[in-house]
Design a protein. Structure first.
Length: 228
């Protein structure tokens, strides 16, 4: 009987030991599973952070590859870029950039005075060295000055001679008025223009050589009846 009891006791101990071992084995598996899950979560986070870092870099590279892109949107740089694109579009050379206009030189000669640099002034006014329509411009400007000054005169060589004496400042103020009304393009404000007389209406038109298709009918110049 004692032997049987001892055997039962030993079998129970073995069963308990086996149960403990099984429990330990299951617990280790759970730990391993948990470890695997945490490692996978960490890898997912790493991938997400890497993707987030890569995306803005790709966007920057794509923007830099675009033509004419500059890192900083500086006002002066953008303005210069617009001017350059405009110049290349209309094929404007460096020789057509705006230059200073000559100051009228008025010299008194007795009871008369002369606009000595009259032709040179017109060329600088239109920013050109050669003018196909020089005759139109010089007669138009002379007529304007005669009407404003209420005095006649004549064109002699490259000078405009008045029959009266006028201050240089008065002539200068009048040519400024002439430029703003008759010369400057209403669209671009440039002075690269041509003066054309319409045969059907007998009126002058200001045709801008930069703005395509820009043609403005100019106001008439009428001489006073009592002009001398």
């Amino acid at each position: 009987m004692t032997d049987i009891k001892q055997l039962d006791h030993l079998e129970r101990e073995k069963e308990e030991d086996n149960a403990e071992l099984l429990a330990m084995l299951d617990f280790s598996k759970m730990k391993k599973k948990k470890k695997k899950k945490t490692e996978l979560a960490k890898e997912d986070k790493r991938r997400e952070t890497q993707e987030q870092e890569i995306e803005p870099k790709k966007e920057q590279e794509q923007e830099q590859e675009q033509p004419g892109f500059e890192g900083d949107y500086d006002y002066n740089k953008l303005l210069l870029r617009i001017v350059n694109e405009h110049n290349t579009k209309f094929k404007i050379s460096d020789t057509t950039t705006r230059k200073s206009i000559e100051t009228p030189i008025v010299i008194r000669e007795g009871k008369k005075c002369k606009f000595s640099n009259f032709i040179g002034f017109i060329k600088s006014m239109l920013n050109k060295t050669k003018l196909d329509d020089l005759n139109e411009w010089k007669h138009h400007l002379a007529l304007f000055l005669f009407a404003e000054l209420n005095s006649l005169g004549q064109l002699l060589n490259e000078q405009l001679i008045f029959k009266k004496v006028f201050a240089a400042q008065k002539i200068e103020n009048l040519v400024r008025k002439y430029i703003s009304v008759y010369v400057k393009c209403a669209n671009c404000g440039g002075r690269n223009v041509s003066l054309v007389k319409c045969k059907s209406t007998n009126k002058y038109h200001n045709n801008c050589n930069v703005c395509v298709g820009s043609s403005i009918c100019l106001p008439d110049i009428k001489l006073p009846h009592n002009i001398k």
